[in-house]
Design a protein around this ligand. Structure first.
Ligand code: SF4
Length: 1465
């Protein structure tokens, strides 16, 4: 071939398929793999001349062949058409199509572009080429992506159009790259960084004044024609070149800002609107619309107020008129939603139209649920047999038994026919010249009954064609008795036909599976399909007292049933795949279809949101379970299609495996398992269990007592269990159960019941009491006349200090007591209302309450032994064998995602917190599942410094076993969320492989040492960072438990087999060998901590004036570096002790505190001084009351002077007098700065420390790219800051441009943010932190945006204010030092704190208690206004508020609760 030539389109594509990969001297034919599909064997194809190409027939399931012949080491190119690709859907989801270089070129020969969005959920990139320029441009990119990144590509090509426009395409060989080979390790292709013109073809009429209001979004062949015929300058036009990955924000970023209306024009081969009877917004469903709706907020932001789809068939002229109709329609207030313009494609056969109309939309359905029926009708057309009348008004005709009965009746007739046919294969039986033909047809007809034959759509058509011919011949041979015998059994053609049999039902069938016909259908092993449409939105379901069954799980237990869970508004592709697979499965199938709506008038957006809610929360997982794949190698029987719940997958499969194994082993168990699905049986079993338990207690003579508790934090549970023990000790038959376990109907039959409930939020029941309360509140026929009851509540009378909120105090207990009274229950004792504010806390009210109970039962004088004391944290530590506990066993326990509560305390010392996703707690609870447990894992990172390799490892761990994000914490380290316990060991080993560990990142020990980021002064930073690292290493626990539990041994999941050596040879970090003591015993020794470690956590921060970016006064030890100004040597540190942020709402014994000055120490005395402080705290800290155990209370209790003397005594030296210093700020130094050695540092703003990819700011990818670049350059590193931002450090001048380019591309260089935002930070809060009472990380950015408008109004945008938010009073983001802080108290409710010092030098003060989030702006606005008008030169917001008397200053931590203005409450 010459360098430059012209080629036909097919030649061009073949050229690329053959020559993309260098043949390396080998036969060129070995470097590619080509398949093409044709209608028949005789169809002439230009691809037939390619050496080694494989021809396959469209109707013979070609992709089934292709998937097992794809090559890993060659470019695979497939040529096919839109109908064949659509039918191949189930195969395309197969893993064989992943991780290989594959280009599927699809001829849009029917001009039906609606096929394209039908495939949108496949894991393929999708390109569209309509003209020769696009084909050249797209092909280059496609080759690069698929060969380098192994991403499979669907390339839709309008051959006809391109050939019409240009028969020969200029081709320059040099324009196309030849690749060396297929890489083993694919590169990541970054679509995000591709310019918008690669994705879209935008045309805006050329007129500088022009501000078009309407955008035509074209997905049809007519871009050029439309461009020439736009009806006015008010209209712009956009066509797709890359459709997947979908990028709405990119699309919105390039269109004129004046656009308000979108009209999508979709090429469709046939008119599916002709049978339309309604045209409501809900009547039109289009997969393409979902793309826009899924990012609906972006449309709102862009003020797009109209979005409709118009289908166009064949257009030959009058383009202008067509466009005018479309534009006029989109501008109407109530546009027609189901327009079809142009002509249907005449070339389309009936069969084609059936298939195509299923893809071309589910438009024009008459009501919402019909969306699914429409798909069935369109997929199977005349071969569809709906066995029951789904919409019939008679219940009988609707139910599954009716439909199943129908099916069996048809089958009986059909089998009679089959039996007769088998006996009638002798031509002499037919008195006809066509006797041989009849026999031939009969044998073919019999052949289609072979179970091994997959009756897919084309086979069904073929079989029914035979059936028709046979029936016609039998009818025309009625003088033969055999023919008459056939016609007697089956007088019409119907009994000869093969059908796709479907029963259609609603979620009403899900309540009583064992008794409903569903069970019979599933157990029948017949080839029958069930489509169960569930339209109940989750909130309705939640409030329903009836319990719906998990039909999917139930069906899977049969082992031979195809099961799929689909949602049309979530994945249209998956829906089509499931229905095709269900129909092909030779046995019972059930497709559970989700379409949640409240009323038929719900808009598509509402349905979409409901669907999203269901699918993404895991309430409605999308999956397919296909037992026919069991024996096929490399095929998964179970496929989870919802990506969002991948963590659940393993658990689900584990459970499924276990169930199957058990069921196989134990027939009784299998029966119980199936039976347990019915309400009645479940309840019977529960009753039996209860009876058995009661029997167990029979030995005791006393009366029965059931204690039911509701408790979020565990206090109510503990109290109930304690009461049950005490009752048992007095001879009562006592049980303690959650209110969740109450069967309401059984309550009247019980004798004595005590309810114990905590108070949640604003006087609500805790989670585990909500359902019970909802039920008992609304029950009207419950008679508790013979029930004796008592109620005890746990609350805090000061939690809601305002008068009007007083009624929240113990509201659940009070409400329940009233309700029980109303239901005529008999009181055992007066209601007890525990109050945290009482002298002895809740005990004050509890003691008389309990005494009254003993009196009631006549056991008040019974002598009982002392109860064993409950285990405290101290007990756990001392009994843990140096932090081992039973962590290994807990992690290995497959029955739960949780670990033992004692181990959960111990894993904190290993840097791992057990948490659960609180967003979906309710949903999972309703499903009968335990919370979604996972670990938060925090690394120990003294000084916050990471190498590029370490960054990349953390990035990878977060993506592979975490929740995909990384959080920079306020202690300048990383924490990863969402690691399930089975992945913890792998995660920690992976961290250790790059010399990172998590030891002591949490727990009652010295935590991560925080060091100032100090980008501008390398020499000083090096000294303080070293000091930080030394402190961290010196005070690291010496137990070998960490190494033993997480690192020892070999592990299958190690990425690199040298990991164990990495652990063993690491000098620093977790200790590997125990200490040898006398008698040659090897033991763990904690020389500083001792076996009980410290009473509470211990933190060390190091600052270098004038930057207090670490909030040096907030930590147990604060070190302020003092420099020799001339040499920049650190000559020592001013040392502060006793800072601490944690408090408890309304517990005045707790308070935040800034550190107290101890004095000046030289560098070499720093560690001895800290050790002395630590030992005093170890020995004198409060080990009884954890809320009073921090060093700050020890110092205040002891007095600062006494404390200092003790420290000096311990270190054997006196502190020097404090050296002068000055702080000027506690925020980070954003942007670029050069240090004195010439290296460059950039501080990137990371909102609240959450490193994540969003469509607007793909920061996680950006930082990964930076890490890769630094790694490649072999220079540069990262630093994390205590304000939760990221420094890219030590960049040499020659690498600056490269780094800057990445920062720009990934929105990391945006430092034009408001000063308020730059000075803001928040803790994690919901949904992962178990202690959060309100939103923080997710809410602060939103609130700041609203406050920015106010600041703008008063000209304060560039005035720095320190603003912080937390989800509770524990103060993780140091809110008490902020000038303005919001501390979560209950959902949507915060305490507003004001007056903190700008440099972190002063604690703030309560300004307003319990502020609703809606009221925050109204409260702040006048304050900012006064500051703008009345402030003195340079006066900071916090200082101003104190000067003008809005709040009083907090002079010392212990006075935090004093001087609060009256109107604060
Ligand atoms: S401040 Fe409270 S809500 Fe926020 S992370 Fe800390 S403990 Fe959780």
């Amino acid at each position: 071939m010459t360098t430059s030539t012209t080629l036909t389109l097919s030649q061009l594509l073949v050229e690329l398929a053959q020559n993309s990969i260098k043949s390396d001297g080998k036969n060129i034919n070995d470097s590619y793999n080509i398949f093409y599909t044709t209608a028949t064997k005789n169809t002439v194809s230009e691809f037939s001349t390619i050496p080694n190409s494989t021809r396959l027939l469209n109707h013979e399931d070609p992709f089934n062949y292709i998937k097992s012949h794809l090559a890993n080491d060659k470019l695979n190119t497939i040529f096919t058409n839109e109908l064949t690709i659509l039918k191949a859907l189930p195969h395309l989801l197969d893993s064989s199509f992943q991780g290989k270089p594959i280009v599927i070129n699809i001829d849009l020969d029917l001009q039906d572009y609606s096929v394209i969005p039908s495939l949108k959920d496949l894991p393929f990139s999708i390109f569209i080429s309509n003209d020769s320029n696009e084909i050249i441009e797209n092909s280059k990119l496609i080759q690069e992506i698929t060969i380098n990144s192994l991403i499979p590509i669907l390339h839709f090509i309008n051959y006809k159009k391109i050939n019409q426009l240009q028969k020969h395409i200029p081709f320059n060989e040099n324009d196309f790259q030849q690749f060396d080979s297929i890489p083993n390790e694919p590169e990541t292709f970054d679509f995000q960084s591709e310019p918008a013109n690669k994705f879209f073809n935008l045309f805006v009429p050329n007129d500088s004044e022009n501000k078009p209001s309407t955008l035509l979004i074209n997905l049809s062949p007519y871009h050029e024609e439309f461009k020439q015929n736009l009806p006015s300058n008010d209209v712009a036009l956009l066509s797709f070149k890359i459709y997947r990955p979908w990028n709405l924000s990119k699309l919105l970023s390039i269109i004129p800002s004046s656009i308000r209306k979108f009209a999508i024009i979709q090429g469709a081969a046939i008119d599916t609107t002709s049978n339309t009877t309604t045209s409501t917004p809900t009547s039109t469903f289009q997969p393409l619309l979902l793309d826009f709706f899924s990012d609906f907020n972006l449309l709102v932001e862009k003020s797009i107020d109209q979005l409709i789809v118009t289908n166009v068939g064949i257009l030959t002229k009058d383009f202008k008129d067509t466009l005018e109709i479309i534009v006029n329609n989109v501008k109407k207030q109530n546009p027609i939603q189901s327009l079809f313009l142009g002509k249907s494609n005449d070339l389309i056969t009936e069969i084609d139209s059936t298939i195509l109309s299923s893809s071309s939309s589910l438009s024009n359905v008459q009501n919402l649920e019909n969306a699914y029926l429409k798909v069935l009708r369109q997929l199977f057309n005349s071969n569809l047999n709906i066995l029951n009348e789904y919409s019939s008004e008679t219940v009988q005709a609707n139910n599954p038994e009716f439909g199943f009965g129908n099916f069996l009746q048809n089958e009986t007739v059909h089998s009679k026919l089959l039996s007769l046919a088998k006996k009638s294969l002798d031509p002499s039986l037919y008195n006809s010249t066509k006797a041989n033909e009849i026999v031939q047809l009969l044998s073919k007809w019999i052949g289609f009954h072979d179970k091994k034959i997959n009756l897919n759509e084309s086979k069904l058509l073929e079989a029914n064609e035979i059936a028709h011919q046979l029936f016609d011949l039998l009818q025309s041979n009625q003088d033969s008795q055999t023919a008459l015998n056939f016609l007697q059994i089956a007088p019409t053609i119907d009994q000869f036909l093969f059908k796709s049999n479907w029963l259609i039902g609603s979620d009403a069938w899900s309540y009583d599976l064992g008794h409903s016909g569903i069970h019979q259908v599933l157990a029948s092993q017949k080839n029958i399909n069930v489509l169960l449409i569930d339209s109940e939105p989750y909130d309705v379901r939640k409030s329903s007292p009836r319990s719906k069954k998990d039909v999917g799980l139930y069906a899977m237990n049969f082992n031979d049933v195809y099961v799929a869970s689909v949602a049309v508004y979530s994945s249209y592709t998956q829906l089509l795949t499931a229905i095709i697979e269900a129909s092909q499965f030779n046995g019972p199938s059930i497709v559970l279809a989700y379409l949640p709506y409240h009323s038929e008038n719900d808009t598509p957006i509402e349905i979409l949101k409901e669907t999203k809610n269901g699918v993404e929360s895991g309430y409605w997982p999308l999956y397919r379970y296909n037992p026919s794949k069991e024996d096929i190698e490399n095929e998964d029987v179970f496929k989870l299609d919802s990506s969002v719940i991948r963590n659940e997958l393993q658990k689900f499969l584990d459970r499924e495996n276990k169930l199957t194994l058990l069921a196989e082993k134990d027939a009784q168990f299998a029966r119980d398992l199936k039976n347990s699905e019915t309400d009645i049986i479940t309840q019977k079993q529960e009753r039996r269990a209860k009876a058995a338990f009661d029997e167990l207690l029979e030995g005791l003579s006393g009366p029965p007592l059931h204690i039911y508790y509701a408790s979020d934090g565990g206090n109510g549970t503990n109290l109930a269990k304690r009461l049950a023990n005490r009752a048992a000790a007095r001879g009562l038959k006592a049980t303690a159960l959650s209110m969740d376990d109450i069967i309401l109907e059984d309550l009247p039959g019980e004798e004595n019941v005590i309810f114990i409930t905590s108070t949640a939020g604003q006087g609500e029941f805790p989670q585990d009491g909500k359902a019970f309360w909802d039920n008992i509140k609304s029950s009207t026929d419950l008679d508790l006349n013979s029930l004796n009851v008592a109620v005890f509540g746990l609350g805090d009378s000061m939690y809601w200090p305002r008068k009007e909120d007083k009624h929240y105090f113990n509201k659940p207990a009070k409400d329940l007591y009233k309700r029980l009274e109303l239901l005529t229950a008999n009181p055992i004792a007066p209601i007890g209302l525990g109050d945290d504010q009482d002298a002895d806390g809740y005990q004050t009210a509890y003691e008389p309450f309990e005494n009254a109970i003993w009196e009631f039962f006549g056991v008040d004088n019974v002598a009982v032994e002392d109860e064993p004391k409950p285990w405290t944290n101290e007990d756990m530590k001392i009994n843990s064998d140096f932090l081992r506990g039973t962590i290994v066993e807990s992690i290995a326990d497959p029955t739960t995602g949780n670990i033992h509560p004692y181990d959960a305390q111990l894993t904190k010392f290993h840097g791992c917190y057990m948490q659960d996703d609180r967003d979906i707690r309710d949903i999972r609870k309703a499903q009968g599942l335990e919370p979604l447990y996972s670990f938060m894992s925090r690394i120990r990172l003294p000084g916050g410094q990471l190498t590029p390799e370490q960054w990349l490892a953390m990035d990878k761990i977060s993506s592979t076993v975490g929740n995909g994000t990384m959080k920079v914490t306020t202690r300048a380290t990383f924490q990863l969320h969402g690691i399930i316990k089975q992945n913890m060991k792998h995660a920690i080993r992976a961290m250790n492989s790059v010399l990172l560990d998590t030891l002591a990142a949490c727990g009652d020990v010295n935590r991560n040492v925080v060091v100032t980021a100090l980008p501008a002064n390398a020499k000083v930073h090096t000294q303080v960072a070293k000091m930080g690292a030394n402190i961290s290493e010196y005070f690291l626990p010496k137990t070998t438990a960490y190494h033993e539990i997480w690192l020892e041994g070999l592990d299958d999941r190690d990425d690199d087999k040298s990991w164990p050596e990495t652990f063993a040879n690491r000098k620093e970090g977790p200790r590997k060998k125990k200490t040898l003591v006398s008698g040659n015993a090897l033991v763990d020794i904690e020389p500083i901590y001792g076996p009980t470690y410290l009473p509470r956590k211990f933190k060390v921060n190091i600052a270098v004036p004038p930057y207090n970016d670490v909030d040096v006064f907030s930590s147990d030890i604060g070190l302020i570096a003092i420099l020799d100004e001339a040499t920049h040597e650190v000559i020592g540190y001013n040392m502060y002790a006793g800072g601490g942020m944690g408090t408890t709402h309304n517990n005045k014994k707790t308070y935040p505190r800034t550190g107290s000055l101890l004095g000046f120490v030289k560098p070499e005395d720093v560690i001895p001084a800290i050790q002395s402080v630590m030992i005093i705290q170890r020995d004198s800290g409060d080990r009884k009351e954890r809320k009073h155990a921090r060093l700050k209370y020890t110092i205040d209790d002891m007095g600062n002077d006494v404390f200092r003397e003790k420290v000096e005594e311990g270190m054997g030296k006196k502190f020097g007098p404090e050296r002068p210093y000055e702080f000027k700020s506690n925020i980070d130094y954003f942007g670029w700065v050069k240090d004195e050695t010439g290296l460059n540092h950039f501080t990137a703003f990371i909102e609240n420390g959450r490193i994540v990819d969003t469509p607007d700011a793909p920061q996680k990818t950006g930082l990964r790219k930076v890490a890769e670049l630094l790694q490649k350059n072999k220079s540069g590193q990262f630093r994390l800051t205590a304000n939760q931002h990221v420094l890219i450090s030590n960049i040499e001048d020659q690498h600056l441009d490269g780094v800057k380019a990445i920062l720009k591309a990934y929105q990391l260089d945006n430092n034009s943010l408001s000063a308020l935002r730059l000075g803001s930070s928040s803790c994690v809060g919901l949904p992962t932190c178990g202690l959060a009472m309100a939103e923080s990380e997710r809410y602060l950015p939103v609130l700041i945006t609203q406050i920015e408008d106010i600041l703008e109004e008063y000209g304060l945008r560039h005035d720095s204010v320190i603003m912080r938010m937390t989800g509770c009073a524990n103060g993780c983001s140091r809110p008490w030092l902020a000038e303005l802080a919001l501390i979560g108290k209950a959902p949507h409710t915060y305490n507003l704190m004001l007056g903190g010092g700008y440099y972190g030098q002063r604690i703030n003060k309560l300004y307003r208690a319990s502020v609703k989030d809606d009221d925050i702006l109204d409260i702040l606005k006048p304050l900012f206004k006064r500051w703008a008008l009345e402030r003195e030169e340079g006066e900071h917001f916090g200082d101003f508020l104190i000067r003008v008397g809005i709040v009083n200053a907090t002079t010392e931590g212990k006075y935090f609760h004093d001087d609060i203005k009256e109107d604060a409450y």
